[in-house]
Design a protein around this ligand. Structure first.
Ligand SMILES: *[C@@H]1O[C@H](CO)[C@@H](O)[C@H](O)[C@H]1NC(C)=O
Length: 190
């Protein structure tokens, strides 16, 4: 076996051998990186109330594989921004379709709140890049308030049986809360 390998090596021109070695080492290196980063993502998401939501968000970003802790936090904040943008659009379209004045005004308030949250999240991202982690967390925390307010108002209307939110909107709201929790836990542990 050993002599067979040795004779193969002798038979291979030197540059083929070099290329083979390069390919093998870089492959091994890449495999190690992927494993290390999946581990980091799991570690970072582990302390969130719902790790699965955090992991799903982080893995949806193609740059996650190269991200460090701060990069992972940035990805979660990006997911939050995407969700809040969707919610603002959803609230605004619901405001324009309902007839009832009190529902219309509630949806308009929700839209305003989500637009404000989007600004807070963009400030959070700037603070993160400046390594002001306390400020980052403060902004992320602030950005969840309009969602909680909106949900409370909606729940009141649901109790009165005058409103049922579409499932996708309720789902986005839940994910938004879960990702807020994840972002704050990740940043807290820097
Ligand atoms: C909410 O917004 C998303 C993204 O724009 C859209 O795909 C979805 O259909 C909207 N849902 C409702 C109920 O408006």
């Amino acid at each position: 076996m050993t002599s067979f390998k040795a004779s193969m090596l002798v038979a291979l021109p030197l540059y083929h051998l070099l290329i083979l070695l390069l390919v093998l080492t870089s492959f091994q290196h890449a495999t190690k990186l992927v494993l290390a980063d999946e581990k980091l993502i799991e570690q970072q998401c582990h302390n969130a109330e719902v790790p699965a939501t955090c992991i799903q968000c982080v893995n949806s970003d193609p740059t996650a594989i190269k991200a460090d802790k701060v990069g992972i936090a940035a990805i979660v904040i990006n997911c939050l921004s995407d969700n809040v943008e969707t919610l603002a659009k959803n609230m605004s379209s619901m405001a324009s379709t309902v007839q009832d004045k009190s529902l219309k005004s509630m949806f308009n308030e929700c839209t305003k709140g989500f637009l404000e949250a989007r600004r807070d999240l963009s400030t959070a991202m700037k603070e993160l890049k400046k390594k002001n982690y306390d400020q980052t967390n403060l902004r992320v925390r602030k950005a969840v308030t309009p969602e909680l307010d909106c949900k409370n108002n909606v729940v009141d209307k649901i109790k009165l049986a005058v409103l049922q939110l579409p499932d996708d909107v309720l789902y986005t709201m839940r994910v938004y809360e879960e990702l807020t929790n994840a972002a704050m836990r990740i940043i807290d542990r820097f």
